[in-house]
Design a protein. Structure first.
Length: 400
């Protein structure tokens, strides 16, 4: 019952099933009569009778009685990741949970209880990945403050990469490569109140059973037909395909994510950077954050034409662009270009094309410096389109 507290949206007070063989030597009736536990008979999924037990009083937990979760065998990389958990602590007096405190208390002796590579897709699960998001900034590594990096809209990015691989040219992959926000597109097409509702609808449609809702939103496009077909047939590699064929796409997206993130993790290990993982996010010491960011960016640039890496807890070297004053001797934006045309630009590739045209009209030979200054000068127009100057500069570096 206590272990359930590590999960989201789960009632930890529900009774649990304990196999009879594990209860040998336990005086169940004595505990029941003492009001310590409750015994409940229930039907299982196979319509068989089974006994479930519920603890009625709080008390100490013996870690030695707990079993390590089932998962994939560990290799050199995942063993290193597991060992990093021993170096975790929290800022004194900050928010936490009973389960996370239990982890901090037991991690040195019972580390195996807190690290699992799941059998479904190879995702890594730890007390860090299940820790409340608002508490994560309080995590320390070797007593040092931490920074984090995560990939914005990772699942939509992966879907664009997958669709391009399987069916070639398609409008969805083109939207993603152009830096468009799929959630905004859905919001506009469905007349939803906000982007968050569109995001929830996107995931609900993507990971549920194949149906016509995507077709109703986007028309009978080739990428929609491929998604519905992929979720409707057996997929031997997916361990859940026999009873949950609709999970095929979730399995493909997650396994693809894991492959990319393993490149990031291995790069960090090779650079002797201690890190913690939360699926598409890494947490590192602030002192090593710029090196970690460079490794993360380098891996992502090999897989995506456009991406956004969010950072928290540190000042990225590329984010410092806002503090740079533009060199107006270099930045010669033509006076006859209308401001209206600039305001009508919404995608990052449109801004890039505009910047290159401006560069070609100058005498500057340093294109990178020019684009850096141009982004700073056009900061407000970029932000109006939902693009930060640092994202624009990073995009230019990838394109170039």
């Amino acid at each position: 019952m206590f272990l359930r507290s590590r999960l989201k949206d789960v009632d930890i007070l529900e009774p649990v099933h304990v196999p009879i063989k594990e209860l040998k030597g336990v005086r169940i009736n004595v505990l029941i009569e003492a009001g310590e536990i409750e015994k409940i008979e229930k039907n299982t999924k196979n319509e068989r009778k089974a006994f479930f037990y519920k603890a009625l009083k709080k008390g100490p937990i013996n870690p030695s009685l707990l079993k390590s979760p089932k998962g994939q065998s560990l290799n050199g990389l995942t063993k290193a990741m597991r060992s990093y958990l021993k170096r975790v602590s929290l800022k004194e007096g900050t928010g936490s949970t009973d389960y996370f405190n239990f982890f901090l208390f037991c991690k040195n002796e019972y580390l195996n209880l807190f690290f699992t590579v799941d059998l479904f897709s190879g995702r890594v699960h730890t007390p860090i990945s299940s820790f409340h998001r608002e508490y994560r900034p309080n995590i320390l590594i070797d007593g040092e403050e931490t920074a984090s990096f995560d990939v914005a809209t990772m699942q939509p990015l992966l879907l664009g990469k997958i669709l391009e691989f399987y069916i070639g040219v398609n409008e969805y992959s083109q939207w993603i490569e152009a830096g468009k926000d799929i959630y905004i597109i859905i919001q506009e097409k469905e007349n939803l109140d906000d982007r968050d509702k569109a995001k929830k609808l996107f995931y609900k449609i993507l990971f549920s059973y194949a149906d016509e809702r995507l077709a109703k939103i986007f028309g009978n496009a080739n990428w929609i037909n491929w998604i519905n077909d992929y979720k409707s047939r057996p997929m031997e590699a997916n361990p859940h395909t026999q009873d949950k064929q609709h999970s095929n796409l979730a399995w493909l997206l997650q396994t693809t994510e894991v492959k990319i993130m393993r490149e990031v993790w291995q790069g960090l290990v090779d650079a002797n950077i201690v890190f913690l993982s939360v699926h598409d996010e890494i947490i590192v010491k602030v002192s090593e954050s710029q090196k970690a960011e460079a490794i993360f960016n380098n891996v992502l640039s090999k897989h995506f034409k456009f991406f956004k890496l969010n950072s928290k807890g540190m000042v990225s070297s590329t984010n410092q662009i806002e503090d740079v004053k533009p060199n107006f001797d270099v930045l010669q934006v033509q006076a006859n270009e209308s401001q209206t045309a600039i305001l009508n630009m919404r995608t990052i590739d449109q801004f890039y094309s505009k910047a290159i045209r401006a560069f070609n009209k100058t005498l500057s030979k340093d294109r990178n410096k020019f684009l850096f200054c141009w982004a700073n000068d056009m900061k407000m127009s970029l932000l109006d389109a939902g693009i930060t100057p640092s994202e624009f500069v990073r995009y230019c570096a990838i394109i170039n």
